[in-house]
Design a protein around this ligand. Structure first.
Ligand SMILES: [Zn+2]
Ligand SMILES: [Zn+2]
Ligand SMILES: [Zn+2]
Ligand SMILES: [Zn+2]
Length: 248
């Protein structure tokens, strides 16, 4: 089911009280979004003449609309209503395919692919690229870099990125503290953590990048969007292993 947005066109007086006080009158378009954001638009520009973002409360009482958030207050008195209505709205984003459940457009928004027609939502890693390729389940596939390029379905219940990473890198590297194997695990984020946990609590967040070699410390070296880095984020690549200027 879709959230509804309320729209009112009419001749209104808008009074905003808060950081600054302002009263405006004119023929405007009032938009109340499902998250309680209220926007009052006049004839010019992209910016509303008055607004309150994600208000705590929005009430409609007769011809008066009021929105309150902390000590900010927005009141709109509708002197003459020209049109009003409630219309379905969805998230909008870059189209990436078609929902296999309802046939509506799937779009990429921050951190997820969502359906514009139903409740379907697939959380994505921030660095994921959604591909034109379609999974056998009907959803688009995505590419991420986790040690190597990995291509999986955007639905983790269909195909697990973690499993693909583990297939390539589980027990691939040694723990620098106890020589145990580093296992690929998820503890909040994806990690390479020592198999002897909790006796050994060595663990590294898995970087978004591909392995391009080995660091002087013995751990793998990753090429990431921010440049080369060691699996151990605290390992300083620029420091020479032995400082010749240092007296021994
Ligand atoms: Zn759908
Ligand atoms: Zn799939
Ligand atoms: Zn260890
Ligand atoms: Zn290192």
């Amino acid at each position: 089911m879709h959230d509804a947005t309320r729209v009112i066109a009419g001749e209104c007086t808008t009074v905003f009280e808060g950081t600054r006080e302002r009263e405006q009158r004119g023929d405007v378009l009032v938009v109340v979004k499902p998250d309680n954001t209220v926007l009052v638009h006049d004839a010019a520009g992209y910016q509303p003449v008055a607004w309150l973002t994600r208000a705590e409360t929005v009430t409609m009482d007769g011809t008066r609309l009021e929105a309150t958030d902390g000590d900010q207050h927005l009141a709109v008195d509708i002197h003459e209503e020209i049109a009003s209505g409630r219309y379905p709205v969805s998230a909008a984003g870059e189209p990436v395919g078609e929902c296999p459940d309802c046939g509506a457009a799937l779009v990429r928004v921050a951190g997820a692919v969502v359906c514009t027609g139903c409740d379907a939502r697939y959380g994505l890693p921030g660095d994921a690229t959604v591909l034109d390729a379609t999974c056998s389940c009907g959803l688009p596939r995505m590419r991420v870099e986790r040690g190597r390029e990995i291509e999986v379905c955007i639905d983790r219940d269909c195909e697990s990125m973690d499993e693909a990473v583990a297939q390539s890198f589980d027990r691939e590297w040694d723990c620098p503290n106890c020589e145990g194997d580093l296992r690929i695990i998820r503890r909040g984020g994806l990690m390479a953590g020592c198999e002897h946990y909790p006796e050994c609590d060595t663990g590294f967040a898995f970087p978004a990048g591909v392995v391009v070699g080995e660091c002087a410390c013995g751990l793998p070296l990753f090429e990431t969007a921010g440049g080369q880095r060691c699996l151990d984020a605290t390992c300083d690549l620029s420091a020479p292993e032995v400082d010749p200027a240092q007296p021994s």
